[in-house]
Design a protein around this ligand. Structure first.
Ligand code: HAM
Length: 410
């Protein structure tokens, strides 16, 4: 565990301020959960057979001999808090942001610490592919904001509870036949967690994996169309990515889309950031069945990737907007515009819950936004968008490209 002296501490503070500023533009609000949680929570969410739970947690006995652990990651605690306080009953979609130390008993080396710091976000309440894309868009916007270049985004889909069991069995049977060629670690994973074998960097295992069945070829219709929509939206947003059929992640709660960001100065094993969708975790921990997605980025690894470069100071957003799609056809163009506005520095959100025009306007009012942008049938046909100034009530129809200019002129 490292001591962080003022020189470094200043850099951490700038990265954290940038995280809050970008988070705010995307509508994410900070949550702070305890550094300690019941060990069982991590075992149930991250997975009993994962390296994190089996080997890497700092655990100790708390009051009543209950086993407690220092948090190895943030998602489990955020979901626990969300359930314990029944937040889902008050808000159908919540967006959280968190910053803070995490603990894993790993062998320390460059970019690998036993206490490290993450910036993470979690969006709870929607299964729409646009939410996966929103998290990825936020992450890449953040990387640009802090001046990181040369990053690569790898994405994959690991399927859901419907398609994964069949795939898992097929993979296990394939690997079983070539058991002798696998490393010792993978031989034991074969029984417990065969998907993790796909991620092994051992040259012998890589050879076996080359011809192994891949999750992407075994997706059910829902997972396949979800993944297709995510890739289409990323392409529209001009966020570059590569499909990585072997990307499986080291935590078990993921369903469907997963992704990682790699930086130029880190080894091939070490991602700067990772995340994805986890549509069953909330229910598995005793809550309702609802979609969720998020990521986290390691600040130590991010600093390594920035190679000591000056980090630009972030500017917090000053103008807020709400985008209303009156019909499904308006949803995708709105999602694209939303990303542009956030990247220009506005605080902007839209609806992901298929709510009516009235309900969306009510939400915009509740959020006390400065402007609402509405795209309905008329606007779609005329190729314009309606801009409503919420202070004066004044409405104007204008081409999308002129929205930003008009707001700045007022
Ligand atoms: P993760 O991939 O385990 O995902 O960790 C995310 C990031 O934390 C890594 O990409 C890396 O930058 C950093 N990290 C992990 N371990 C260490 C370490 N020992 N030393 C330094 N940095 C490290 C998660 O933690 C998930 N909770 C992400 C997520 C959020 N998925 C959905 N929501």
């Amino acid at each position: 565990m490292a001591d962080i002296f003022p020189d470094q501490a200043r850099k951490f503070a700038t990265l954290e301020a940038a995280a809050r500023a970008v988070g705010e533009r995307y509508g994410y609000e900070e949550i702070r959960t305890p550094l300690v949680e019941p060990t069982e929570l991590f075992a149930r969410s991250i997975g009993e057979t994962t390296d994190i739970v089996q080997k890497e947690m700092f655990s100790f006995s708390g009051p009543g001999d209950k086993s407690l652990s220092l948090r190895p990651e943030g998602t489990a605690g955020v979901v626990r808090a969300y359930l314990e306080h029944a937040v889902y009953a008050q808000q159908p979609l919540v967006r959280y942001l968190y910053l803070g130390p995490m603990f894993r008993r790993e062998r320390p080396q460059a970019g690998r610490r036993r206490q490290f710091h993450q910036f993470g976000i979690e969006a709870l309440g929607s299964r729409r592919p646009a939410i996966d894309v929103e998290t990825i868009d936020l992450l890449t916007c953040y990387l640009e904001e802090v001046g990181m270049d040369g990053w690569e985004l790898g994405i994959n889909s690991v399927g859901c509870n419907r398609c994964r069991p069949g795939f898992r069995e097929e993979l296990r049977l394939y690997l079983e036949k070539r058991r002798e060629e696998l490393c010792e670690n993978c031989r034991s994973r074969l029984e417990t967690n065969p998907l993790r074998v796909l991620d092994c960097k051992n040259p012998g295992c890589r050879k076996v994996i080359e011809k192994a069945p891949k999750p992407i070829d075994h997706l059910c219709d829902d997972c396949a169309s979800h993944f297709e929509e995510v890739r289409a939206l990323l392409t529209e947003l001009a966020v570059p990515f590569t499909l990585q059929p072997l990307l499986v992640r080291g935590l078990d709660y993921y369903t469907s889309v997963v992704y990682e960001i790699y930086g130029p100065s880190l080894g091939a094993q070490d991602a700067v950031a990772g995340g994805g969708r986890y549509d069953t975790l909330v229910e598995e921990l005793g809550g309702p069945s609802l979609g969720a997605a998020g990521f986290s980025i390691g600040l130590e690894r991010l600093l390594l990737s920035l190679k000591g470069r000056e980090i630009p100071a972030p500017s917090p957003p000053s103008i807020s907007l709400y985008l209303v799609a009156v019909m499904e056809e308006a949803f995708r163009p709105n999602a694209v515009l939303l990303s542009r506005l956030r990247r220009r520095g506005f605080k902007a959100v839209m609806d992901y819950l298929n709510r009516s025009l009235k309900a969306q306007m009510r939400e915009a009012n509740k959020r006390r936004v400065d402007y609402v942008l509405i795209r309905g049938k008329d606007e779609m046909e005329k190729g314009v968008i309606k801009l409503k100034d919420m202070k004066t009530g004044e409405e104007s129809l204008l081409p999308e490209g002129e929205v930003v200019e008009k707001i700045f002129m007022e």
